[in-house]
Design a protein around this ligand. Sequence first.
Ligand SMILES: [Mn+2]
Length: 433
Amino acid sequence: MSAMDYAGRRERLAKALLPKSAAILMNPEPAHKTGDQDYAYRADSNMLYFSGMDEPGAVAVILSADQQKRMVMFVLPRDPERERWVGPRYGCEGAVSRFGADEAFDIATLKDKLKELLFSLDNVYFDFSQSASLSPLLFSVVEMLRHRGRHASEGPRSFVDLRDIAGEMRRIKDAAEIEAMKRAAAVSVEGFKDVCRMLRPGIGEWEVEATLQHGFRARGAIGESFGSICAGGAHATTLHYEANRDRLADGDLILIDAGAEVDYYAGDISRTYPVNGRFTEAQREIYELVLKAQKEGIKMCVVGNHMKSPHERVREVFAEGLHALGIIAEPPKEILEKNLDFAYYFHGTSHYLGMDTHDVGIAYGRGDDAPAMLQPGVVITVEPGLYFTVDDVRVPEKYRGIGVRIEDDVLITENGPVVLTADLPKEIADIEK
Ligand SMILES: [Mn+2]
């Protein structure tokens, strides 16, 4: 991302805010782990999107288009003594020179300076998911302004959730973001290819996880975009199995759902492989059905369709296949009408992908009935799956304990879907050894 990318996004945000407004962005404090150790730090996605500022605790105030200044930042001041221990800080100078703030101040002055900045404004935008940390500060500032002087009339009147504006911007990726997402997809693909080379009966799910972590990190990723799911055998029927502590058995499948985070953008891939390199007949039948549904779902990722179009197509393919395999007796039409497929396919097909793995932006209006339209620059996953638990007596025995999911990352363009993760094989002929 260049300084121009960030400045351009701030201008667009400034124009989207109501007049006489400020948007408050904040990086969280590091999360405490044990003793004097913190969890690996991840800055706030909106802060990263609008400024690139990655220092813990930093605050940015972005002002609406009618205001003189565009961005004021609050950061930790330089402190040579502290910096010898914890590394360099950007300081106020860095906030201006590196991140493009018009002005920057010591974070210790935040409350006083906010009074000056908000004094003549009407609206304050912030991400309501940060309300635990921001609400007490902002309400106390607004309260002080309203009680200052005799007329008690100063300061903002309303708080607005920033997520709608920021989410709508981030939903549509710009050119620099698409490049970052291609890098995240490419590194994710390479990590999976590493796994294909080491996969064999007897290894631990944790070894698969470690191979992914190494593959991602060694290729420059920040790390995993989420905790890798390495689910051998029937663990694949648990949607978010992350324990990864069993050994892989000969004859089992392994369902892997993982992705690399590169330059703060997420990859998100699922593949299901036979541990010994060959599918059994029953596994092959389920895999072929999921693969067919996934390919059909990807075809629906075109401008003019909406967030639910891939899901609707996937369900049609599943309804036909589940009936044909004798898993559901009712005919396909009845399966769909009565949602009988929900027994084996109980999650959605697509989510937005971006700085967050389940990225921001409204996918559905209020209720499920107003899915957002697919537009150029939107990136979604297409990830159908079928899951048959070991104890499900409704299902022919040969299918019990099988879980299959196949997921790729798809960029919507004027010229149709672009599968960012297309370099990772998923055809049976290409994944069998
Ligand atoms: Mn996903």
